[in-house]
Design a protein around this ligand. Structure first.
Ligand code: S3P
Length: 175
């Protein structure tokens, strides 16, 4: 039986906000992989990207997911690029149901506006185009990883949590 939930999905799909609420509702511990990466590196994510580049960030992400993946009774909000290294998903899958949150490029653009500083991959001139291109590349990775998918475009965070809980009830192998 799996006792955890891993939230995956593009930046701005609500993993952090939904994850916190979901963990409270389910009586599980909330963990954010990006926060642990920052702790480990002693720097913010934009600083890691700036000083060491994306590849170094991905290495840290792999280490942190490896440490987290075995935890029981956790809701883990993962960074948007966690799916790019399949080993992360293989590790998470052992203890967690993988829940994918999706949203349209327009909604993602709106939700991430004003936080380009915190998200180095969106610190570009044409953000909508960047979002569309990254999504196009990543979609198959997200699709292959997901056990459960919830489109968040027209839902409040509370609505997303309800939808996830409903789907978890029907998911065999989770408690
Ligand atoms: C990333 C998403 C970010 C963070 C980093 C890279 C990505 O997390 O891990 O900036 O590659 O999509 P959020 O999805 O929580 O913004």
């Amino acid at each position: 039986m799996k006792t955890g939930v891993a939230l995956i999905g593009f930046m701005g799909t609500g993993k952090t906000e939904v994850g916190g609420m979901l963990a409270r509702k389910l009586g599980k511990v909330f963990i954010e992989s990006d926060a642990l990466i920052e702790e480990k590196a002693g720097k913010s994510i934009p600083e890691i990207f700036r000083d060491s580049g994306e590849a170094a960030f991905r290495e840290l992400e792999i280490e942190v997911i490896k440490e987290l993946a075995g935890r029981k009774n956790a809701v883990i909000a993962c960074g948007g690029g966690v799916v790019l290294n399949t080993i992360n998903i293989e590790r998470l899958r052992r203890e967690c149901v993988i829940v994918l949150l999706t949203a349209s490029p327009d909604v993602i653009l709106k939700r991430t506006s004003g936080d380009e500083g915190g998200r180095p991959l969106l610190a570009v001139d044409d953000r909508l185009r960047q979002i569309s291109e990254l999504l196009k590349y990543r979609r198959p990775f997200y699709g292959r990883a997901a056990d459960i998918t919830v489109n968040t475009s027209r839902l409040t965070p509370e609505g997303v949590v309800k939808r996830i809980i409903g789907k978890l009830k029907n998911y065999e192998g989770y408690r």
